[in-house]
Ligand binder design. Structure first.
Ligand code: A2P
Length: 343
């Protein structure tokens, strides 16, 4: 079996670590795992794909003799290095928002629009974490009933803000419980306390009052589903949960809807599980969907606010399906479809 040389940019971060885990877990055929990060981490040793690897500083030379580079180090690093990687015949799979809306860059959730990979030109974008989780639930319903518009409210875990977001929540919880005040951080991850609180604001505000994160749900959904006139309104909220994003969705469809057909559509779709038995108190929760490849869907019901509407609740591990897993699945799909440049 052919094996591939993979670079992981941001290998020391929250998503980078999960990429390493998932390459191992899914037995990706790795010939070389090149761990790339900032100069701060250069020299650190990390176990990856069966070997103890030394983390290297990311430089323009880092992309020589690689087949694929998965980037998870923020937009500015992608902007600096993605083009260099591409010129070295290394296909880029990027977790940041840097290229998602570019016309020539496929924005891919393999279960939904894997065919978009066939026309890639060296850079492929991974969607925003909440968009990926929401669309895993919405796509099978769209296929069955035709999506007209939807409203989404997200409940986003602190690990979505990186490893430091988790530490900040932990520190605040400890200091609340022990009563010991810690020195205020000069550059906190969250602009308000996150312990025993929630923050209805993720990423910068725009002039229309929405945040950039909320806009990602709207624009990326249109691109992935190929529905340019779809109406989407979203409110994104940071909650004091370690891991897995939850999303409440109210969706209107073109055709008449019914719950049994909606259940069948969801049950038959790869990548999600219907976890919906209200009488048994069974519905997806972040605690049950952390480190899980499937996203869960529950609380499925007719939406009384629309004539053809469904209301539902979905939960998915944003570090996995919302980032690392989706990226590794894209790499697998590039190989399956024989559209990796170097094949
Ligand atoms: P480092 O650990 O050396 O700072 P998270 O999202 O968890 O905060 O992780 C961000 C990731 O991006 C880390 O692996 C971090 O590496 C990496 N990173 C930050 N700045 C750079 C840079 N200039 N070049 C390459 N990787 C970077």
């Amino acid at each position: 079996m052919k094996k591939y040389r993979i670079g992981i940019v941001g290998a020391t971060g929250a998503v980078g670590q999960e990429i390493i885990n998932l390459l191992e877990k899914r037995e990706f055929p790795v010939a070389e795992a090149r761990l790339l990060a900032s100069s701060r981490s250069a020299g650190r040793e990390i176990q990856a794909c069966g070997n103890l690897e030394v983390v290297q500083e990311t430089t323009p030379e880092s992309f020589k003799n690689l087949d694929i580079a998965i980037f998870s180090a923020g937009s500015s690093n992608t902007q600096e290095f993605a083009e260099i990687a591409r010129r070295n015949d290394c296909v880029v799979i990027d977790n940041s928002s840097a290229f998602r809306m570019e016309k020539d860059v496929p924005l891919v959730i393999p279960e939904i629009n894997g065919d978009a990979l066939e026309s890639h030109k060296g850079i492929i974008a991974n969607p925003n974490c909440s968009t990926a989780v929401a669309l895993m639930a919405l796509f099978p319903l769209h296929k069955r009933f035709g999506l007209k518009r939807f409203f989404a409210s997200t409940y986003q875990a602190v690990s979505g803000a990186g490893a430091e977001g988790v530490t900040e929540l932990e520190d605040q919880v400890k200091s609340k419980i022990t009563g010991q005040t810690t020195e205020a951080k000069s550059d906190p991850v969250f602009q308000h306390p996150i312990a025993f609180n929630l923050i209805p604001h993720i990423d910068d505000f725009r002039e229309d009052g929405y945040t950039k994160e909320e806009l990602k749900m709207r624009n990326e959904t249109k691109k992935i589903l190929g529905l340019p006139s779809l109406q989407v309104s979203c409110t994104c909220v940071r909650v004091p949960v370690y891991r897995a994003h939850s999303i409440s969705i109210n969706a209107e469809f073109d055709s008449p809807v019914n719950v049994p057909d909606a259940r069948t559509a969801l049950e038959n779709f790869n990548g999600i599980e219907l976890w919906d038995l209200p009488n048994a108190l069974r519905y997806p929760m972040p605690i049950n969907y952390s480190e899980k490849e499937l996203c869960g869907v529950g609380r499925l019901r007719l939406d009384h606010g629309f004539s053809n509407g469904l209301a539902l609740w979905t939960v998915g591990d944003q570090l996995w399906k919302g980032a690392a897993l989706n990226a590794v699945q894209i790499a697998e799909e590039l190989i399956n479809r024989k559209c990796l440049k170097n094949l």
